[in-house]
Ligand binder design. Structure first.
Ligand code: HEC
Length: 225
């Protein structure tokens, strides 16, 4: 207070006796309050909540505006590299699916060859343990696509039956899954078959009647086990 005391008659007067101070003196005493800066506060001061609301409101409005007025514009629409990228990915790779294959087998084959693959003695030949579905994959693909009729021999047993062109109404991938399944189920040891192979055989044989045992074995003799 010393800098203010020179104009005061009674410098040691306490503030309890302010009643005797002139207005101008009071203003002068308090002038430093207006002059002094605020004490620097630690941390951050809160943003007024109203501004936060206004800001969020703008963000929301902008989102709605863009959604309604962007005309489904996508950044990739004009990306000249996009078609190249898609082309480089190549065709989707088929993987033989034995679970699907089993399901399709039950639906399309099991009525005759049975879920066990053992067939019905004297009527439907077994696929389990048979040399026909394993080995060269084209033999079994052709049988499934075009059918098989007439006398054949499976595991030393003669059959004179008639299997229709069941695979003709199925997709390449479905036929590939069924055949991959029968070639690996019940202890059979044949490799998986790809859908592209089925497509290739389907194209090669075209729409045709059933094979006879002789015709198909001339093309694809049974491999000796
Ligand atoms: C309507 C009954 C029937 C259905 C359904 C059927 N088959 Fe056949 N399948 C036969 C008969 C009968 C033969 C024997 C044909 C003959 O005697 O010339 C045969 C023969 C075969 C053969 C060769 C002989 C052997 O036993 O190994 C294979 C492989 C075969 N079928 C697989 C299939 C597959 C896979 C399916 C399902 C996509 C299927 N079959 C659906 C009746 C059927």
């Amino acid at each position: 207070m010393s800098q203010h005391s020179q104009n005061n008659d009674k410098p040691n007067r306490s503030f309890g006796e302010q009643g005797n101070l002139s207005d101008s003196r009071l203003v002068e005493i308090h002038s430093h309050l207006a002059r002094d800066k605020e004490e620097p506060a630690e941390g951050f001061s809160m943003l007024p909540i109203v501004i936060v609301f206004i800001f969020c409101g703008f963000g929301f409005w902008a989102g709605v505006y863009l959604t309604r007025n962007s005309g489904e514009f996508s950044a990739s629409t004009f990306d000249l590299d996009a078609p190249k990228l898609v082309a480089n990915m190549g065709p989707m790779v088929f993987e033989p699916d034995l679970v699907k294959g089993e399901k399709l087998y039950i639906q399309n084959c099991a009525a005759c060859h049975q879920a066990t693959g053992l067939g019905v003695a004297g009527a439907f030949p077994p696929i389990a343990g048979s040399a026909w579905p394993v080995g060269n994959e084209e033999r079994v693909i052709k049988i499934v696509l075009a059918g098989l009729a007439g006398e054949i021999e499976v595991n030393g047993q003669k059959y004179v039956g008639n299997m229709s062109n069941i695979g003709a109404g199925l997709k390449d991938a479905q036929v590939a899954n069924i055949i991959s399944y029968v070639r690996s189920a019940w202890g059979n040891q044949g490799g998986p078959v790809m859908d592209t192979k089925v497509a290739e055989v389907r194209k090669a044989i075209g729409a045709r009647g059933q094979y006879s045992g002789k015709e198909i074995l001339d093309q694809h003799p049974l491999e000796s086990k």
